[in-house]
Design a protein around this ligand. Structure first.
Ligand SMILES: Nc1nc2c(c(=O)[nH]1)N[C@H]1C(S)=C(S)[C@@H](COP(=O)(O)OP(=O)(O)OC[C@H]3O[C@@H](n4cnc5c(=O)[nH]c(N)nc54)[C@H](O)[C@@H]3O)O[C@H]1N2
Ligand SMILES: Nc1nc2c(c(=O)[nH]1)N[C@H]1C(S)=C(S)[C@@H](COP(=O)(O)OP(=O)(O)OC[C@H]3O[C@@H](n4cnc5c(=O)[nH]c(N)nc54)[C@H](O)[C@@H]3O)O[C@H]1N2
Ligand code: SF4
Ligand SMILES: [Mo]
Length: 675
């Protein structure tokens, strides 16, 4: 036996925490995987999911060789083929489509890995050179993040560690214990030092359980709540007039709009007691430092962008930005000086301007016969499970005339519809470099293990396809390590530190907007946005009711949200047995009154349905649900559900007000006992 070695890496998953990993390797096997104790944000702790990453890596069902479809689409019947045969045939098919019209080829990828190399380097170069359709990657965060761009100027905000010093923390649209564990550490430290924690979420989550107060508002009513808070700040004089004067734009019109939202009006819209809103406003107006941890859970509704803008105004009203422990954090990702031009090489488009496909409406796009998609290359994503309006998504993927290539670690619902499935490496087997959307460190991921079977990295696959297509620019020969180096311009980050300790912190001010300096066109916090007004939109934030607002339909009286399950990461880890055992099976949480009215008892099988479809699962009569709202915890693999569907059978393809994002949590349903 050789002595064990330790390899530093980074968690690749779509999670704000981007933990630093230490993998212990002995005789070519990973024997232990831990959080890096030397990385301050990770602090030696991993979530339950990724502490099982070796189980995922060594899983008996890992895809280990290229596969070619033999059965009908969706049947999941494949035969093994060699890499050469698969890549030659794929290149040939793409070449024919390219000669005709390259825009009929569409890449489909999201954040299966957040790595810059395996997520957005050689792939982008390949599709740019090809002239393929561009993909608008909206499925998660564009509503909130573009909205924030209008108000604050970008994905910028508080530094996460300073939440520990706040005296009031609003956790808004986030189940932090499940989805942002390392932020929760700071919130707990603040609580121990006497801070008050308030959770604003329709669901009584495990996070809400641990906060001092829970505001269980109806889905999609956050802007109304934000305006009522502003109303109270104004009428009680809890304003920082100096901050408003010097560092904001559009205070007069915002003030007027906010005055139209007395707490009683918001209470009726949000479905929460008026007194709770008044008390929250008093706390926010009179406690310093006050911090808001906003998360993407609140922006998956029609007015999600406007709601994020309204909330992002709040810290400026009270001058919370003056303190390093005050202000707001939605995402920190805008602070990294990533050299995307070097990674993506948009110059390879050579003046062409291909059409853009919105990934959130892939169902409709695949069924559009006027502007057909003929080939789809899917990697780092499982759209058949995660995209809204599954009936359409599945019908699109089932098209016999669609050529589909899926790069995957596992035989997912999407891989079942592929013509070719190509086995992908895991984070333990490839190089990568990472930024984060929850902290401000860059992390390097070194491979700890040789790839299992014939698995290859995404970048390798696109390099090989480029060669076969005759793309001969030198950038198509960059290997994965060279791609890591091209992610940041020379001097932009401390490469020596990164190589030595696996992470390197950006040098940033503690309180970025203490004296204004917002990265907006005016340099101020823009309550009123000229840029939005120029697009014909309302320059001020507003409350836009849901497309499918709670109580607006007698046919479908219940609002359904489908937030993440704690032990899965979107649809990743659903196939890891030990984690699935904790989650059990797809569940619908329902309040006892709503259950009783339908004769539903705890544990009964139910039908959840609306005009788009029907999904069968088990009901859990749960204190986590408020009356009128049910929760279908996600995102299960369809094929592991009771009737081969998941919650997205019910969600719609309608888009958000800003950012063209999906509206997963803007969805009305009815529930009935399954006969
Ligand atoms: N364990 C785990 N961690 C994850 C993920 C996962 O699937 N599992 N997903 C990752 C991803 S992709 C992302 S984008 C991030 C962020 O992930 P988010 O999707 O933001 O996840 P959550 O923190 O669970 O926050 C969603 C919360 O918003 C609540 N919510 C739903 N509708 C509304 C609303 O209208 N208003 C308000 N105020 N709240 C609402 C839900 O009940 C839920 O508790 O987390 C990542 N981390
Ligand atoms: N109903 C409902 N739907 C939702 C949401 C919700 O809250 N409710 N959340 C939405 C959100 S926030 C998001 S971000 C999306 C997430 O949607 P996706 O980004 O599609 O995320 P996952 O479902 O985790 O699928 C990622 C896939 O990438 C694969 N993968 C991981 N690493 C690699 C790699 O290195 N190479 C290759 N080739 N593959 C790899 C994994 O095996 C996994 O199957 O889902 C959205 N869908
Ligand atoms: S999923 Fe998030 S909390 Fe878990 S190890 Fe990865 S970065 Fe850390
Ligand atoms: Mo996401």
């Amino acid at each position: 036996m050789n002595s064990p070695t330790q390899v530093l890496g980074a968690c690749p998953h779509d999670c704000p925490d981007t933990c630093s990993l230490v993998t212990t390797v002995q005789d070519g096997k990973a024997v232990k995987l831990q959080g890096n104790p030397a990385h301050p944000h990770t602090a030696g702790v991993l979530c339950t999911k990724v502490s099982r990453y070796i189980e995922r890596n060594d899983h008996a069902e890992r895809l280990l060789q290229p596969l070619r479809r033999v059965g009908p689409k969706g049947s999941g019947r494949f035969e093994p083929v060699s890499w050469n045969a698969a890549l030659d045939d794929i290149a040939e098919r793409l070449h024919v489509l390219k000669s005709n019209n390259p825009e009929t080829i569409v890449p489909y990828s999201y954040a299966g890995t957040m790595g810059l190399v395996q997520g957005e380097s050689m792939d982008r170069r390949f599709f740019h050179k090809l002239g393929a359709s561009l993909l608008d990657r909206t499925i998660c965060s564009t509503a909130g993040s573009e909205a924030l761009g209008f108000t604050l100027g970008g994905k910028v905000g508080m530094r996460v560690q300073f939440f520990a010093e706040a005296k009031l923390i609003l956790i808004w649209g986030s189940n932090s214990i499940a989805s942002n564990l390392h932020f929760w550490r700071h919130a707990q430290a603040a609580k121990r030092a006497g801070a008050r924690l308030v959770c604003i979420d329709p669901r009584k989550t495990e996070t809400a359980d641990k906060c001092d107060e829970h505001v269980a508002l109806l889905p999609g009513t956050d802007a109304a709540l934000a305006f009522a808070l502003m109303h109270e700040l104004i009428v009680n004089g809890w304003l920082d007039a100096d901050y408003l004067e010097r560092y904001t734009l559009g205070w007069e019109p915002l003030r007027e709009r906010a005055l139209q939202w007395p707490p009683a009006r918001a209470a009726a819209v949000c479905g929460v007691p008026e007194a709770q809103i008044v008390a929250l406003a008093r706390a926010y107006g009179t406690t310093r430092p006050a911090a808001i941890r906003l998360n993407y859970g609140m922006q998956r509704v029609r007015g999600g962008g406007n709601a994020a803008r309204a909330i992002a105004c709040l810290p400026a009203l009270v001058g919370a930005w003056r303190d390093r422990a005050g202000g707001l954090l939605l995402s920190s990702s805008g602070q990294f000086p990533v050299d995307r031009a070097a990674l993506h090489r948009p110059d390879l488009l050579a003046g062409r301007r291909p059409r853009t496909i919105n990934m959130s409406t892939i169902g409709d796009a695949l069924l559009d016969t006027a502007h057909p998609i003929r080939a789809l290359v899917v990697y780092n994503s499982n759209p058949v499970a995660v995209a809204p309006d599954s009936a359409k998504v599945v019908a699109g993927f089932a098209r016999e005339d669609l050529f589909t290539v899926v790069l995957e670690q596992f035989q997912t619902d999407t891989a079942d519809f592929a013509d070719y499935v190509l086995p992908a490496t895991t984070q333990l087997e490839h190089w990568d470099i990472h930024t984060s959307y929850g902290h401000t460190d860059v992390l390097l991921n070194r491979p700890a293990l040789a790839p299992r079977g014939e698995a290859r990295s995404n970048a390798w696959v696109f390099r090989e396809l480029a060669r076969r297509m005759g793309f001969d620019e030198p950038c198509f020969s960059d290997d994965d390590e060279a791609l890591c180096r091209s992610a940041f311009a020379p001097g932009a980050i401390d490469v020596e530190e990164l190589q030595a300790q696996g992470f390197s912190s950006l040098k940033l001010p503690d309180a970025p907007f203490a004296e204004g300096g917002f990265p907006t066109p005016s340099g101020r916090c823009e309550f009123f946005s000229e840029r939005l007004a120029a697009q014909g939109q309302d320059g001020l934030p507003d409350h836009l009711p849901n497309y499918e607002a709670a109580g607006s339909s007698t046919e479908f009286p219940l609002a359904m949200i489908s937030p993440p399950a704690r032990n899965f990461l979107n649809s990743s880890f659903v196939n890891v047995r030990s984690l699935r055992a904790i989650e059990g099976e797809p569940l619908l949480e329902i309040h006892e009154d709503d259950a009783a009215a339908r004769g539903i008892v705890d544990g009964a099988m139910v039908r959840v349905f609306n005009g788009r479809g029907e999904h069968r699962c088990r009901a859990e009569v749960s204190r986590r649900a408020r009356p009128g709202v049910v929760h279908g915890l996600g995102i299960w693999w369809r094929k592991l559900g009771a009737d081969g569907t998941n919650v997205n059978q019910l969600t719609s393809q309608r888009l958000t007000d800003i950012g063209r994002g999906p509206t997963f949590y803007d969805c009305l349903v009815e529930v009935a006992l399954d006969a």
